[in-house]
Design a protein. Structure first.
Length: 95
């Protein structure tokens, strides 16, 4: 996969090629179509939040399609369009 990675606080993000990870138990892998970067992400990039775990790929609020499914996942299928909200929580109204 390709990603913009923050390797050092206050430095420019670096375009990086990373190995695709296989999803683990209860996980899915999503091919990202769009990803939001919010002010909190920029606080991390600018070094304004304490103790970020570097390297980090800023961004959340993702929309894409499932391209791999780990063991134990039910109700989802490869190719399905999904959204991944901030912190991974929703109100529970949408599946």
């Amino acid at each position: 996969m390709q990603a913009m990675v923050l390797k050092q606080l206050g430095a420019a993000l670096e375009w990086t090629e990373l190995a695709d990870r296989q999803p683990g138990l209860g996980q899915i892998r999503v091919k990202v179509a769009a990803c939001g970067v919010c002010r909190t992400d920029l606080h991390v990039v600018d070094g304004e939040l304490p103790d970020p775990k570097l390297p980090i790929i800023p961004g959340h609020e993702i929309v894409g399609r499932i391209d791999a499914i780990g063991a134990g996942v039910t109700g989802l299928s490869v190719g399905e369009r999904v959204g991944i909200p901030w912190l991974g929580h929703t109100c529970g109204v949408c599946p």
